[in-house]
Design a protein around this ligand. Sequence first.
Ligand SMILES: Cc1ncc(C[n+]2csc(CCOP(=O)(O)OP(=O)(O)O)c2C)c(N)n1
Length: 677
Amino acid sequence: MSQALKIDEGAKLDQLCINTIRTLAMDGVQQANSGHPGTPMALAPVAYILWDRFLRHNPRNPNWPNRDRFVLSAGHASMLVYSMLHLSGYDLPLDELKRFRQWGSKTPGHPEYGLTPGVETTTGPLGQGVANSVGMAIAERWLAAHFNRPGHEIVNHRVYAIAGDGCMMEGVSQEAASLAGHLKLSNLVWIYDNNHITIEGNTALAFSDDVASRFTSYHWNVLRVGDANDADLLDRALHTAIKETERPSLIIVDSHIAWGAPNKQDTSAAHGEPLGDEEIRLTKERYGWPPEAKFLVPEETRGYTDRSIERGRQAEEEWNGRLAAYRAAHPELAMEWERMQSGGLPDAWDQNIPTFPPDEKGVAGRDASQKVLNAIAPRVPWLIGGAADLAPSTKTRMNDGGDFQAGEYEGRNFHFGIREHAMGAILNGMALSRVRPYGSGFLIFSDYMRAPIRLSSLMEIPVLYIFTHDSIGVGEDGPTHQPIEQLILLRAIPQLLVIRPADANEVAESWRVMMTSTHHPIALILSRQPLPTVDRTKYAAASGLKQGAYVLADSDGSPEVILMGTGSELQLCVAAHEQLKAEGVKSRVVSMPCWELFERQPEEYRESVLPASVRARVAVEAGTSLGWRRYTGIDGRIIARRDFGASAPLKELLKQFGFTVEKVVEAARESMAAVHK
Ligand SMILES: Cc1ncc(C[n+]2csc(CCOP(=O)(O)OP(=O)(O)O)c2C)c(N)n1
């Protein structure tokens, strides 16, 4: 419930709103007995001025496509965004703020996309948010170049992000800033909260960068505001930033953590602990606030809330008018826009996906993928992506896509540079703006992207990660480039689908799964070396991939042993199956490209593929054995790599490490013997 507050005649609505934000943050953290009060208190004026005077958004429709984006990269200061959302008229009642960090509330410890209306991305791991904002700014440029037509501008929004010292120290922000400057993303504004405090104390302990010079060298427009409480200076800096047409802008704002707290201002104690009842009382007194009031939202702040809602309504209404005119003038593009916004696909999008004929010599996974990608790309214009300087190796170039470069924003091929970490976070920002992004690299370097992959999974956004050079199959490059534990590390991430197709037709099926996935990111794992294309007239169809695992080859009657494999190792299972058959042993081959999809199938299907009664089993995968025991059971055998790889020709490595048909046959016999013991 709002309460009326007697304020001095001279007190301004702005100040009242700013102090409301501050005190809500203090009270929220105190009530939860956990959280970060100091930064929301310091940045309340910054957020308020930005939202009130610059941010074009519609509190009554947080999904309005042409809204400006606001990213709180310093996600620990989440009470700042919750207070702003509440005060600005979003569907986030005060009761939710009172339940900060509690089970089932819409106000989790760190902002979570999809949970709180108005939260644009999940932040908390420092540096990710600002890198997401680069992806959002890239998406805006691409969408504008692709959809806008003379006299019909339906895309023209800006992206604002707040970064703390932590974000500035993290390498990912530097990778992202470097690319943003290179691409001249003038629709992007970062506000750096230069408060000199982190958890351990003053930043002087570990950080002495000249941030302004760094960003100047990245070709950013660098501005300074010497006092976070100076509304005029903030206003001027933001005006300058949005007038800039060539460069992204960084506004360095000097602030005081826990501003106004008599004993805690400028101390690291105010970073991540409740201020305490007494300190809160004293601080509120300093603000001219009723010291005993809790979660007070003065009646008068309604003035701001109402104007925020009304401006949002008007902005979207005006835009809806523009969209209607656009629809009349460019009906096909408008339909494309709507399809994209709804997460759908054009009709017949998959019509040109090739079927690959049986071929002993075969096709490398990456080459098959390139063919499929180029069959889909002309039909799905908003499928855009690239590589971290490896496109010639990962084979992810769209032949007719052009290059996304500064001033050539309609290009569909992205050059992320050798910046895997930022690439992952940028892809997240792009996906949040509704394009279908993909990024590619060597599987071994997925380690560099783990944090953003985890976040796409947590946010349930369908980013496509294409990882090639998927095993010791890399050969001569040696152990630094040969993935071992990477597959299981990716499989360990909830919600992520990890697909390792075994031949070209499984690659084609993988792309069908990828393109129709709306809530799961996908890691497509491809070989560098050729894989025989399975004869599907002799063995089962590749469409079984959709179930995650399927029976590829079987015996008459119940099998005595099951051979399962993924990717390049499936061929060993097929050859072993044929050999065992010749020797009178009944075996079944199960292709298992995606554990996660298999786990989602009904019990009857899983039982039909891996019957509990068949306990003799062999799993073959050129990665770590970890995880396979679940499918082989205790009597099963696992042919995998328990140590790093080595630098040598592939043939030699396969022999040395036991990835041979003979070893699979031997393991099958061993497992059968173990069962009958
Ligand atoms: C990648 C990552 N590492 C560590 C942390 C833990 N952490 C949370 S806040 C913080 C200090 C951040 O300092 P700053 O950005 O200056 O925020 P302020 O103290 O101004 O609130 C750290 C180390 C994190 N959230 N993310």
